[in-house]
Design a protein around this ligand. Structure first.
Ligand SMILES: [Zn+2]
Length: 368
C-alpha cells in the first residue's frame, strides 16, 4: 500500500534510510517554524502524530513493516529519533503549558461539598493488647510470636501436659482432622494458649529471656456472655539466674497498677497449672468499688484476673534438649498469662464478649 503523504520506500540500505528520514526531519522542522497559534499546533499534531493518517503512523505502518528483517533495527532507530524530534517540536510550539481547552476539561469545581472520610481507630481488643504489651516493653520485655496452628508437642507435651494428662481435658481443643496416622506429638491443633511460644522462644535463644507473647487462641467453647471459641491472650516469660517468686509478684503488681491505676492492690492464691510450680491465681482489688464490695466483684472486693507461677523444671528440661543452658539446676524463671478480652471488658465496662466480634459500628465507634 502506498500513500502520497510519505514516499514509498524501496531500498533499505543505510544511505537510503538516512536520506528518507532526513527528508521527513526537514519537513517537520519547516512545518514547526510556521506554527502561529493554538489551531496551527493542532494541525501540526494531527499531521505528524494523528492516530490514522499521521506521518509517524504511516512510517510505522509502511516503512517499518516493509523493511526486510535485517533492516528493521535500522529503520526502528531512525523512526524513534524522528518521533522524539516531532514531540520536541510540538512541545516547544505549545509554549509553557497545556492549552486553555485542556485546562478547562480538567478543571475541578471547588465549590462542591467534599466527601468526608471516616477516621479509623484501633479495635478495643487491639488497643488493650497493645497497652498490656507496652507495660511490659517498658520493663525490658520483647515480643514473641508463633503459629496459631500448633503441634501437640508444643501446645501440650513440652508444656508438661503429658499424653493422657487430665489437664488436657480441661481445654477442649479444636484439632485438625485426619491426623490419626501421625505420632501424637506431631498432630496439628489450634493452639489453646500462647504458651507454646515460650518453648519455641527458648529453643531459639539461650537464657536470659524476657518476652511477652500476645496472640489469638482457640478453644472448643460454646459462645456465651463471657466465652468465645476465639479469644486473645498475653503470655509472659522471664528466665534468668536467680529469678524468684518475689520477682514475679513485683512484676505483676507493677503491671496491674500500670494497667488499672496506682491504687490497685494485688493478692496471690495457690493454684495449679501443669507448666508452673508453684502456681498462683492473681486477684486485683475491685476497680469498680475500690475493694468495698459491689455486684461486679460479687461483694468480695476482689477480681480474679490472671494465672502465673514459677516455670516447672520439666518445661526447662524440654527446652534443654535444644538449648543446654536451660539447666533447671542453674536457672529459674516465671510465667504468667492473661485474657485480653477479660481485661478490655473490665476497663471499658463491656458485659457481652460478642460485642468485640460483631463489627457493629455503633459499638466500635465509641472507641474512635
Ligand atoms: Zn467491687
Amino acid at each position: 500500500m502506498t500513500n502520497d503523504l510519505i514516499p514509498n520506500l524501496t531500498a533499505f540500505d543505510g544511505d537510503s534510510l538516512d536520506k528518507a528520514f532526513a527528508d521527513l526531519d526537514k519537513q517537520a522542522r519547516e512545518a514547526a517554524v510556521k506554527i502561529d497559534g493554538p489551531d496551527a499546533i493542532e494541525v501540526f499534531r494531527l499531521e505528524w502524530l494523528g492516530r490514522k493518517q499521521g506521518k509517524l503512523t504511516l512510517v510505522s505502518d509502511q516503512w517499518l513493516k516493509a523493511a526486510p528483517a535485517e533492516a528493521k533495527k535500522a529503520v526502528g532507530q531512525r523512526f524513534k529519533a524522528l518521533k522524539e524530534l516531532v514531540e520536541k517540536l510540538l512541545e516547544d510550539a505549545s509554549g509553557a503549558g497545556p492549552s486553555d481547552a485542556a485546562l478547562k476539561a480538567e478543571a475541578v469545581d471547588i465549590t462542591l461539598p467534599g466527601s468526608r472520610r471516616l477516621m479509623g481507630a484501633e479495635h478495643p481488643i487491639t488497643r488493650t493488647l497493645n497497652e498490656i504489651v507496652s507495660v511490659f516493653a517498658s520493663l525490658g520485655y520483647s515480643v514473641g510470636v508463633g503459629p496459631e496452628v500448633e503441634t501437640d508437642f508444643y501446645n501440650f507435651e513440652s508444656m508438661n501436659f503429658p499424653p493422657g494428662h487430665p489437664a488436657r481435658d480441661t481445654q477442649d481443643t479444636l484439632v485438625v482432622a485426619n491426623q490419626e496416622r501421625r505420632p501424637l506429638r506431631d498432630r496439628l491443633l489450634l493452639r489453646t494458649h500462647t504458651s507454646p511460644v515460650q518453648m519455641r522462644t527458648m529453643e531459639l535463644q539461650p537464657p536470659p529471656v524476657r518476652i511477652v507473647i500476645p496472640g489469638k487462641v482457640h478453644r472448643n467453647d460454646a459462645a456465651d456472655a463471657t466465652h468465645s471459641p476465639i479469644f486473645h491472650q498475653v503470655e509472659g516469660l522471664c528466665v534468668d539466674t536467680s529469678i524468684t517468686f518475689s520477682d514475679l509478684k513485683g512484676t505483676l503488681d507493677h503491671a496491674m497498677k500500670a494497667l488499672f491505676g496506682s491504687s490497685v492492690k494485688t493478692r496471690f492464691f495457690p493454684s495449679f497449672f501443669p507448666f508452673t510450680e508453684p502456681s498462683a491465681d492473681v486477684q486485683i482489688s475491685c476497680i469498680f468499688c475500690g475493694g468495698k464490695g459491689c455486684r461486679k466483684c460479687k461483694h468480695s472486693g476482689w477480681i480474679e484476673l490472671l494465672g502465673c507461677g514459677m516455670v516447672d523444671p520439666a518445661v526447662f528440661s524440654f527446652a534443654a534438649e535444644k538449648q543446654p543452658d536451660y539447666d533447671p539446676k542453674r536457672i529459674s524463671g516465671f510465667a504468667f498469662g492473661m485474657g485480653v478480652e477479660r481485661i478490655a471488658m473490665m476497663k471499658y465496662g463491656i458485659s457481652e464478649i460478642g460485642q468485640f466480634y460483631a463489627g457493629d459500628m455503633r459499638f466500635l465507634g465509641q472507641f474512635a
